[in-house]
Ligand binder design. Sequence first.
Ligand SMILES: [Zn+2]
Length: 197
Amino acid sequence: MSPETHLLASWIIAAKTTDNPRDCRLVTLAGILPDADGLGLIADLAGRWFGGKQTHFYGHFHHYLLHGALGGILIAALLACFARRRWRVVLLALLVFHLHLLCDFVGSRGPAPEDLWPIFYFGPFDKDPMWVWKGQLRLDGWFNRYLSVALFLWALWLPVSLGHSVVGVFNRRADAVFVGVLRKWHDAWARRREPRP
Ligand SMILES: [Zn+2]
């Protein structure tokens, strides 16, 4: 699935299962960090644009380097170093990491029907087993779009009571402003629903 869908799903789980913004941020990161193995795309594009040596980091490493057991262990261990409640963060990080794999397995197909993304659970050491689902849904298909919209709306709703939002994963100050705006919208909406005398 797309990084923003992973981000929203991971943040919602983190927001529901952690009791402080720091651990919430760390658990959310566990759901998006697997896609760091796709950052080779930047080097590939830079090589193409600037006429340097053409590389294929994206094709070689995306869904191979950090989309398996090793990636899960590394990511969970790294995030645990910064956690308040270490073991809780390790377990939740492994949970959202595997949810990321499941979501990619179900819905990350490219435009062509044969453009499937497999999961190599023992990557980057072994391409066996290779898990692939022939019915994999399109990344830009209706299911992914509706799911992203639903998660987005949910991620707008939760901060009203929680006091922090997905923006806090990246910046706490911007998050405070964003949550303030959401609460104002919510209050205005609640007032409008009140019966008029
Ligand atoms: Zn992924």
